[in-house]
Ligand binder design. Structure first.
Ligand code: SF4
Ligand code: SF4
Length: 334
């Protein structure tokens, strides 16, 4: 070999997203930084008994991605080593279909952590799942149930025919198990727009839903949160097919609300993909973004203190979280 000078590869930095520029000032890109991580959000896989039109996970009964044992063990290990992780937030797909779902809940509760389960209601009617309300109640999980709208027509248009009827029966069974009565078993409903628009005011929709479900079905719940549909995955594809993607993005950008930035969910959680990869949130997970360069990328052996103050990877989809009153796993922000 001769002593030729090594070849230098110059890599162009990607242009900052419109969202990053919006975070900044004077046209310069701004940064989003996390605080300390208090929630371990675990997406146990993409298998679901439903295939909703707005699903940002592209979940369905035919998906085969299921969190393997080593990743489940690694999540439980991280939880055990980090008492500062006050909450385990289990999502999917339909997380209850994971073979070790119940074990994860039991272990987290034994460790004294709060457990939130993202529950689609209809999974109660799958084989072997009829006792879910009693299981949730027995372990004092907060159950966060998706019900796009309180009317049958709107919900079935988004989730499929017959879903509303089953969802109502699922809510009745949760009420019968003690949920939604203000006695500590918290039943939260999640509503999202059935179309390419922003959610209505959360308090107004909560009031209307409470009145309607009580009068029509005798159902009670503790609170309702609204979530903005994210322009990614199945909903993003639908927007493109309908020729409405640009219009929806413009709507989200025009409604940018800086007061929501402080409360963005990515600032206090880390999201674990079924294969053990780490992300800033469930949406970034679906876009396979990972965490910023130099940070741990897998849950195995994770020291969550290394994620405090981290730079969060953002893109134009983040406008879905900052539009109007904002949107997060806990609903409206501002
Ligand atoms: S939105 Fe929820 S219930 Fe519907 S397909 Fe996706 S994960 Fe399943
Ligand atoms: S999509 Fe929302 S939660 Fe995720 S990184 Fe962007 S702003 Fe944060």
């Amino acid at each position: 070999m001769t002593g030729a000078a090594p070849l230098r590869i110059l890599r162009e930095e990607p242009a900052p997203s419109r969202f990053a520029r919006r975070l900044g000032s004077g046209g310069a890109a701004g940064e989003l930084r996390a605080g300390s991580v208090r929630t371990l959000q675990v997406n146990v896989g993409k298998r679901c008994n439903q295939a909703c039109r707005h699903c940002h996970v592209d979940a369905s009964p035919t998906r085969t991605e299921v969190m393997p044992d080593d990743v489940v063990d690694a999540c439980l290990d991280v939880l055990a080593r980090h008492p500062e992780l006050a909450t385990l937030d289990v999502t999917g797909g339909a997380p209850e279909l994971h073979p070790r779902f119940r074990e994860m809940v039991v272990r987290a509760r034994e460790l004294g952590r709060s457990v939130i389960v993202r529950h689609n209601l209809t999974v109660q009617f799958e084989a072997g799942q009829a006792d879910l309300p009693a299981f949730f109640a027995g372990h004092a999980c907060e159950v966060v149930c998706s019900l796009p709208h309180y009317t049958e027509d709107a919900t079935d248009r988004q989730r499929g025919r017959g879903v509303y009827e089953k969802s109502v029966e699922g809510l009745r069974r949760l009420n019968a198990a003690g949920y939604g009565r203000g006695d500590g078993l918290v039943l939260t409903l999640v509503a999202n727009p059935v179309g390419a628009f922003l959610p209505p005011k959360q308090e107004d929709l909560e009031r209307d839903t409470r009145e309607y479900l009580a009068a029509r079905h005798g159902i009670a719940f503790d609170r309702l949160i609204t979530i903005t549909n994210m322009p990614i995955a199945r909903f993003g594809d639908w927007l493109r097919r309908a020729g409405r993607h640009d219009e929806y993005m413009e709507r989200l950008q025009a409604a940018y609300n800086p007061a929501t930035v402080e409360g963005l969910m990515c600032r206090s959680l880390v999201s674990v993909e079924w294969n053990g990869r780490l992300h800033d949130c469930d949406f970034n997970q679906m876009l396979e973004m990972g965490l910023a360069h130099g940070l741990p990328q897998r849950v195995h052996g994770l020291d969550v203190r290394m994620l405090a103050g981290r730079e969060i990877l953002v893109g134009d989809h983040c406008f879905g979280c900052t539009a109007g009153a904002g949107s997060s796993c806990g609903g409206a922000i501002a």
